[in-house]
Design a protein around this ligand. Structure first.
Ligand SMILES: Cc1cc2nc3c(=O)[nH]c(=O)nc-3n(C[C@H](O)[C@H](O)[C@H](O)COP(=O)(O)O)c2cc1C
Length: 175
């Protein structure tokens, strides 16, 4: 696990190759294995493989353009009626997708949708909801773009880790 965590990076350039259905299924297995508050599983997912829809989603905001070149975008949704801590539930599921992609040798990146604006008058959430026909009662947290990596980034090393953010026993005591 730590080896994967050191190597995990946000990858925004992908090869044209598609993912085989078994790999896509493994990614969804990971998402559906996510822990959730009280086990209420407030998340839902839309798997987008259609290049035309990916291109439209890539226009959600400036820092989503690379979604156009991805094999897959997994849109992470929540039903807020199911859990008051749906933000946490869906953030964990997004992380599970991102880490599982890394473990499978895929590149992926989190695209933030919640609390971001598409235009001055339309939020990213409203835009994504409009493109995908998502019901009004569901929230949109993120889109995880996934594909075979076409860029390499250096892994992290222990010297990158800010252990000064960690206290021992009482706040401010050196770990
Ligand atoms: C909550 C969250 C939102 C993010 N939103 C975006 C985004 O909208 N677009 C993007 O390109 N990267 C996004 N990222 C990826 C971060 O930019 C990236 O994790 C950070 O720069 C550290 O780089 P690394 O993932 O390679 O370690 C997001 C990451 C997180 C955790």
């Amino acid at each position: 696990m730590l080896d994967i965590l050191y190597k995990r990076r946000s990858i925004r350039k992908y090869k044209a190759a598609k993912l085989d259905p078994a790999t896509v299924r493994q990614l969804l297995q990971a998402a559906l294995l996510s822990p959730s508050s009280k086990g209420f599983q407030s998340w839902q997912f839309v798997v987008v493989e259609d290049p035309e829809i990916l291109e439209q989603l890539a226009l959600a905001k400036k820092t989503a353009g690379f979604l156009k070149g991805a094999a897959l975008g997994i849109v992470v949704l929540a039903d807020p009626e199911t859990s008051d801590v749906w933000v946490e539930d869906t953030a964990i599921a997004s992380t599970m997708l991102h880490l599982t992609a890394a473990a499978l040798g895929l590149g992926s990146c989190w695209i933030q949708i919640r609390k971001r604006q598409h235009t001055e008058t339309e939020s990213c959430e409203e835009y994504v909801r409009r493109i995908l026909g998502i019901p009004e009662n569901l929230k949109v947290l993120s889109i995880i773009s996934i594909g075979y990596p076409d860029q390499s980034k250096p892994p992290y090393s222990e010297s990158d880790l800010k252990f000064d953010k960690v206290s021992l026993n009482k706040y401010g005591s050196k770990f």
